[in-house]
Ligand binder design. Structure first.
Ligand SMILES: [Zn+2]
Length: 125
């Protein structure tokens, strides 16, 4: 069942919508040096499944290492909203905690993807 959920950054300047074909999929944290600092809980959608509906001009872009991934965050409140993934640039990862009505503390144990190992592999080739 297709479900559309909306989300916002903390200050509300940025709003986005995700179109979830099968609910929240592949919920994880990531161990890379950026994500472990953010502590964000993320899920994925194809690029066409996420739309910034307000405040696109308020988003800042952060890129590092291979500069493949694009990490977006609100320039006013600093909250990470979504990113275009490095390992699959056809997908966005997004901040599950930004979604209306979702409490990440109720999601149970969240697996940790090994983004740190992936960065090391990527950096060495
Ligand atoms: Zn904000």
């Amino acid at each position: 069942m297709i479900e559309v959920k909306s989300g916002t950054c903390h200050c509300g300047e940025v709003e986005f919508e995700v179109r979830l074909e099968n609910g929240l999929e592949n919920i994880r944290r990531c161990s890379c040096s950026l994500c472990s600092r953010k502590g964000a809980v993320m899920a994925r959608v194809p690029l066409c499944g996420l739309k910034v509906t307000r405040g696109a001009d308020k988003l800042s872009l952060y890129q590092w290492n291979t500069k493949t991934a694009k990490h977006y965050f609100c320039s006013t409140c600093g909250i990470y909203t979504h990113h275009q993934r490095r390992s699959n640039p056809n997908e966005y990862g997004f901040n599950v905690a930004c979604l209306d009505g979702v409490d990440i503390n109720e999601l149970g144990d969240i697996p940790v993807g090994d983004g740190r190992l992936m960065s090391l592999i990527q950096a060495s080739i």
